[in-house]
Design a protein around this ligand. Structure first.
Ligand code: HXC
Length: 261
């Protein structure tokens, strides 16, 4: 296991999972510009490491994943400053990560916290998790993807209720609504995330990356183009040694041993 120290996050890599822990306990892990830069940097560094097969993002402690963007940092900000420094635009960098990103939501995921969770490919939550987009209470709107990703995850009416009316979703409600894929107890959250990562690690990382890429394309392009995109990615999988090995292993009734090529 190796540990690298950033200022607002901790990063560890063990057992095929690279874990980014948002660590600003005095502010309930609120995300400032530095935290964004460090998370994106760490995700890219983990994406390059051959021993890491999936990236987990979680929050330090038992109360919050992240209670939003940092209100201290934003309170005195002018339009001029937000525009010129392209406030929070750096998140677009996460889209280039090939490996699956799992958000392990361990408490409050409000505002920017909920938005960071939605940037992940899969959200799993502990029973005490709480999702919300309270930005309108502060005279602003979600600014890290909330108005775009929440509607795709839970539909228009529920997304409006969360964003316009401040409705918060418990872990169970977020699960029913389709925002979250698995709910576990708080002490099972990281074991569950690591077991998900281990499972992914036993598969062909190229097939996994292709599947993630195709699913995320569905957000970007119309169905007919998405189907063409998937078809080509599927055909190209037959150029992989891992396709031959995977199907051979099935026929020989043994475990496949993928080589990521
Ligand atoms: C900065 C924050 C913070 C935040 C909490 N804190 N959330 N600091 N930014 N988003 C700080 C508090 O000021 C406090 O510091 C400490 O963390 C503990 O918080 P409390 O409020 O005392 O805890 P509690 O009473 O348990 O309430 C928890 C809470 C509440 C319900 C999560 O903290 C809360 O409502 N936070 C704000 C949630 C929010 O509005 N998020 C959206 C932000 S806007 P002190 O020093 O007093 O101990 C946003 C925009 C996204 O995210 C788009 C950006 C591009």
């Amino acid at each position: 296991e190796t540990t690298i120290h950033y200022r607002t996050i901790n990063v560890t890599a063990a057992d095929a999972a690279g874990t980014i822990t948002i660590c600003r306990p005095k502010a309930l892990n609120a995300i400032n510009t530095l935290a964004m830069e460090e998370i994106v940097h760490a995700a890219h560094a983990l994406d390059k490491r051959p021993d890491v097969k999936a990236i987990v993002i979680t929050g330090d402690g038992t109360k919050a994943f992240a209670a939003g963007a940092d209100i201290m940092e934003m309170a005195g900000q002018t339009y001029d400053e937000a525009y010129h420094k392209r406030f929070m635009e750096g998140w677009t960098g996460l889209a280039a990560v090939r490996k699956p990103i799992i958000a392990a939501v361990n408490g409050y995921a409000l505002g920017g916290g909920c938005e960071v969770a939605m940037m992940a490919d899969i959200i799993i939550a502990s029973e005490n998790a709480m999702f919300g987009q309270p930005e309108v209470n502060l005279g602003v709107i979600p600014g890290m993807g909330g108005t775009q990703r929440l509607i795709r995850a839970i539909g228009k009416s529920k997304a409006m209720d969360v964003i316009l009316c401040g409705v918060r979703l418990t872990a169970a409600e977020a699960h029913t609504a389709g925002l979250v894929s698995r709910v576990v107890s708080l002490n099972q959250l990281m074991p569950e995330a690591r077991s998900m990562a281990r499972n992914i690690a036993s598969l062909s990382s190229i097939a996994i990356a292709k599947a993630k890429d195709c699913i995320n394309r569905a957000y970007e392009i119309p169905l007919s183009e998405g189907l063409r995109y998937e078809q080509r990615e599927f055909w190209s999988a037959f150029a992989l040694e891992d396709q031959y090995e995977g199907m051979q292993a099935f026929l020989e009734k043994r475990q496949a041993s993928f080589k990521d090529k």
